[in-house]
Design a protein around this ligand. Structure first.
Ligand SMILES: Cc1cc2nc3c(=O)[nH]c(=O)nc-3n(C[C@H](O)[C@H](O)[C@H](O)COP(=O)(O)OP(=O)(O)OC[C@H]3O[C@@H](n4cnc5c(N)ncnc54)[C@H](O)[C@@H]3O)c2cc1C
Length: 190
């Protein structure tokens, strides 16, 4: 008959082996899942169309509340810059596809905006003032208008929207003149 201390030692060894197996099986799962994200997509996966349904564009705001006022203001300034510059660089005469892309982008921008309470208010604004995406000038004027609605609610000074074109002129006219060729060249070398 093995003594109690011997039985205890055997039990300890079993427990140790079991824990080691459990630890390494969990660890390899993590490596696999990270590895899977880094692997190039298969041909089959890239051929799957991405369908953005209406319910995805119009769902609830996804991010939680952003309590930190400094972070909220910094994020806001950066986001507005991106928002207005996107409109300033949008085609004058967009195709149907380009207009649909912009409209979807605005709705997803709202849903995923990292300040949850801002996103909820902005969602209400989008319902009241649906995105205007038929041309660069209509998109820019619409963007200015909804930003002013946010300014109004936050008791900020209103922006003069007649200056919107000049204000967000990024000085990229040369790139535009050279058109797709330059853009393609850049993409190839990057
Ligand atoms: C979609 C969205 C929703 C937001 N909701 C909230 C919220 O609910 N609560 C909250 O506290 N903060 C919110 N913010 C942040 C807020 O709007 C400001 O960005 C933040 O308070 C910093 O303000 P600011 O005075 O520096 O100027 P911002 O409003 O950030 O503007 C940046 C610059 O844009 C220019 N500008 C101002 N008005 C316009 C306009 N109408 N059109 C074009 N350019 C303009 C000015 O040069 C200004 O300095 C939101 C931001 C975004 C992008």
């Amino acid at each position: 008959m093995p003594s109690a201390s011997r039985r205890f030692a055997v039990l300890l060894i079993f427990a140790g082996v079991a824990l080691t197996i459990l630890y390494f099986s969990g660890y390899s799962d993590t490596i696999d899942s990270v590895g899977a994200q880094l692997r190039p997509a298969s041909k089959e996966a890239t051929q799957q169309p991405i369908v953005v349904e209406d319910s995805i564009l119009h769902g609830h705001a996804i991010a939680p509340k952003l309590g930190n006022e400094t972070a909220k203001a910094e994020l806001g300034r950066a986001a507005w810059k991106l928002f207005h510059t996107t409109f300033a660089r949008f085609p004058d005469k967009p195709t149907k596809d380009e207009s649909r892309a912009l409209k979807s982008y605005i709705h997803l921008f709202q849903r995923l905006y990292p300040c949850g309470e801002c996103a909820t208010h902005f969602g209400e604004l989008l319902q009241k003032y649906p995105p205007q995406v038929s041309s660069r000038s209509s998109a820019a004027a619409w963007g200015c208008h909804v930003h002013n609605k946010v300014n109004e609610r936050l008791k900020k000074e209103l922006f003069d929207c007649s200056n919107i074109g000049d204000f967000y002129d990024c000085g990229c006219a040369e790139d535009e003149k050279e058109g797709g060729t330059k853009a393609q060249g850049k993409a190839e070398t990057s």
